[in-house]
Ligand binder design. Structure first.
Ligand code: GRF
Length: 197
């Protein structure tokens, strides 16, 4: 099987990254994780990746004078890994339109809300404050518009009476860990494609 070569970009704990790595070891999974890149030195996910035998790179944004310069260094590493597809998994930097354009159709993200609801941060608290009865997560293609690209897949969870943002986040995260591997498989196999607008 000709597996797609995947890089995962993280900034923190890396639980979605770990879910992707876990799924990718199945012989019939259409993607292999060839590298994990963090913009934050010491991100917990880097240790998990190393323990799984996956190459890692740390490219701190603070070392670069501009966002395009930082992204140039990221692209150089992705090219060195011969990456086909990029997964954002808790990568906490907004990317430039130029980066999104370069990777158009080959760059995906997981976001903890039922997009187009609750783009940006604090999604769980906002869903509770709005009185929503359901919440969830979305995997989508990344475009220049933050959290705005075409949706690949979603998973829903109920909002329960008395839910705190933390409790709801935990329930959503458990779904994220199932949804992201499914959505990546859909993209890697060609089942999901980004059609140009
Ligand atoms: C997840 O909730 C993801 O949806 C969001 O950031 C969080 C990252 O968590 N984009 P982790 O690093 O994957 O554990």
């Amino acid at each position: 099987m000709n597996k797609k070569r995947i890089a995962i970009l993280i900034s923190g704990r890396g639980s979605n990254m770990a879910a992707l790595i876990g799924a990718s070891v199945a012989p019939n999974y259409p993607a292999q994780i060839v590298g994990v890149l963090s913009n934050i030195a010491g991100a917990a996910g880097l240790d998990l990746a190393t323990a799984a035998g996956i190459a890692t790179a740390t490219i701190p944004h603070r070392n670069y004078s501009s966002k395009p310069a930082h992204e140039g260094a990221i692209n150089a590493q992705l090219d060195a890994w011969r990456v086909d597809l990029v997964c954002l998994a808790g990568y906490m930097r907004l990317l430039t339109p130029g980066f999104a354009e370069r990777w158009a159709g080959r760059l995906i993200n997981i976001h903890p809300s039922l997009l187009p609801k609750y783009k940006g941060l604090d999604t769980h608290a906002r869903a509770i404050a709005a009185g929503d009865t359901e919440h969830g997560c979305t995997v989508h293609f990344v475009t220049a518009e933050m959290d705005g690209g075409p949706i690949i897949a979603q998973a829903r969870v109920p909002v329960l009476a008395g839910d705190t943002a933390e409790a709801l986040a935990r329930r959503v995260l458990a779904e994220e860990h199932k949804l992201y591997p499914k959505a990546l498989a859909m993209v890697a196999s060609g089942e999901a494609r980004m059609t140009p607008r």
